[in-house]
Design a protein around this ligand. Structure first.
Ligand code: SAM
Length: 292
C-alpha cells in the first residue's frame, strides 16, 4: 500500500513541493492524522460496492482512505490550484474522479446518474469547508439525492445544533430541518491539533442516516420549513407571537392561528424551542389553510 498522505511530514513535503499557500476564505484546514481519517471512513460503513461523493479533497488525504475502501469516489474541489497536486497524490487510485467545481453549483442528480450508473449504495463523506457547512448539508438533503447518508467533519457548534433535541439550547430550525430528513448523531469530537493550519473552532464528525421517508408527512414542505423558521425567529417570543408577527398578514389572522393551535393541542404560550418536529408538522398543517 502507498504511504498515507495525511501524515504531518508527507503533507508538508507535498505543500512545499507545489508552493501551496492555504486560502482561509475557502476553509482550507487539512487533516494530518490518519487515525481520524480511518475513523471517519469507519462511520461511513463503506463496502466495495459503495460509491462516495466527497466535498473538498484538498490534497487528497481523506479521498485516499475512501478510495481504499469503496468502489468509486467522485470528489468536488473548488480550488484549481489543488488539481495538479491531486493528480499526483491520487494517481494510484484509478477509481477516483476529481471535478473542479463548487459543490453548491453542481447538478448532483445528473452527476450521480452519470458517474454512479451501476452503483446502488451511495454515501457523502467529507471534511467540509466550514464557511459553507450548512448550505452544503441542506443542498444534499433538499435535492432528495439517492444517498444512504452523510458522514462529515464540521464545526462542533454546528454539529451540536444539528443533533440537538427539543427543549435544549442548541435546538433550532437547523436541527428540525436536518432531523426531518435524517437520523442525526455526533459520533466524534476532534481536537484542533489534527489540522494544518489549525482552525479557530473545535470540530466534530456527524453521521446523518437518511430516513426512508421524512419523519413526518406534510402537504407543503416549503410552508412547513417556513413555519419552523418563523417559530424560531425570536427565541424568547411565544410560537403565537412569532407566527403573527412574521407570517404575511399574521396580525389579522391572530384568532384563527390561536384556534388552530388549540385544535392541535399546542399551547399558544409555548416557545418554538419546546416543539418537537411532529408538533411543528401538526401546527403547519393546521394553519396552512389560512396562508395558502
Ligand atoms: N479533505 C481535505 C482534508 O481533509 O484534509 C481538505 C478539507 S478542507 C477542510 C476543505 C476543502 O474544500 C478545501 O480543499 C477547499 O478548497 C474545498 N472547498 C471549499 N469550498 C468548496 C466548495 N464550495 N466546493 C468544493 N470544494 C470546496
Amino acid at each position: 500500500m502507498d504511504k498515507d498522505i495525511a501524515t504531518p511530514k508527507r503533507t508538508k513535503n507535498i505543500l512545499e513541493k507545489y508552493g501551496f499557500s492555504f486560502k482561509k476564505s475557502l476553509g482550507q484546514n487539512f487533516l494530518i492524522d490518519t487515525n481520524i481519517l480511518r475513523r471517519i471512513v469507519h462511520y461511513a460503513e463503506l463496502t466495495d460496492e459503495t460509491g462516495v461523493i466527497e466535498v473538498g479533497p484538498g490534497i487528497g488525504s481523506l479521498t485516499e482512505q475512501l478510495a481504499r475502501n469503496c468502489k468509486k469516489v467522485v470528489s468536488f474541489e473548488i480550488d484549481q490550484r489543488l488539481l495538479p497536486i491531486l493528480e499526483e497524490t491520487l494517481s494510484p487510485y484509478r477509481h477516483v474522479k476529481v471535478i473542479n467545481k463548487d459543490i453548491l453549483e453542481a447538478d448532483l442528480s445528473t452527476i450521480i446518474d452519470e458517474e454512479f450508473k451501476d452503483i446502488q449504495d451511495l454515501m457523502v463523506v467529507a471534511n467540509l469547508p466550514y464557511y459553507v457547512t450548512t448550505p452544503i448539508i441542506m443542498k444534499l438533503l433538499e435535492e432528495k439525492l439517492p444517498i444512504r447518508g452523510i458522514v462529515v467533519m464540521l464545526q462542533k457548534e454546528v454539529a451540536d445544533r444539528i443533533s440537538a433535541l427539543p427543549g435544549t439550547k442548541d435546538y433550532g430550525s437547523l436541527s428540525a430541518a436536518v432531523q426531518y430528513y435524517t437520523e442525526a448523531e455526533t459520533v466524534m469530537t476532534v481536537p484542533k491539533t489534527v489540522f494544518v493550519p489549525q482552525p479557530n473552532v473545535d470540530s466534530a464528525v456527524i453521521r446523518l442516516k437518511r430516513r426512508k421517508k421524512p419523519l413526518v408527512s406534510v402537504h407543503n414542505e416549503a410552508f412547513f420549513f417556513k413555519v419552523i423558521k418563523v417559530c424560531f425567529a425570536q427565541r424568547r417570543k411565544t410560537v403565537l407571537n412569532n407566527l403573527i408577527s412574521q407570517l404575511p398578514n399574521g396580525k389579522e389572522k391572530k384568532e384563527e392561528i390561536r384556534t388552530a393551535l388549540l385544535a392541535v393541542n399546542i399551547d399558544a404560550g409555548r416557545r418554538g424551542e419546546t416543539l418537537s418536529i411532529e408538533e411543528f408538522a401538526r401546527l403547519s398543517e393546521a394553519i396552512y389553510p389560512y396562508f395558502r
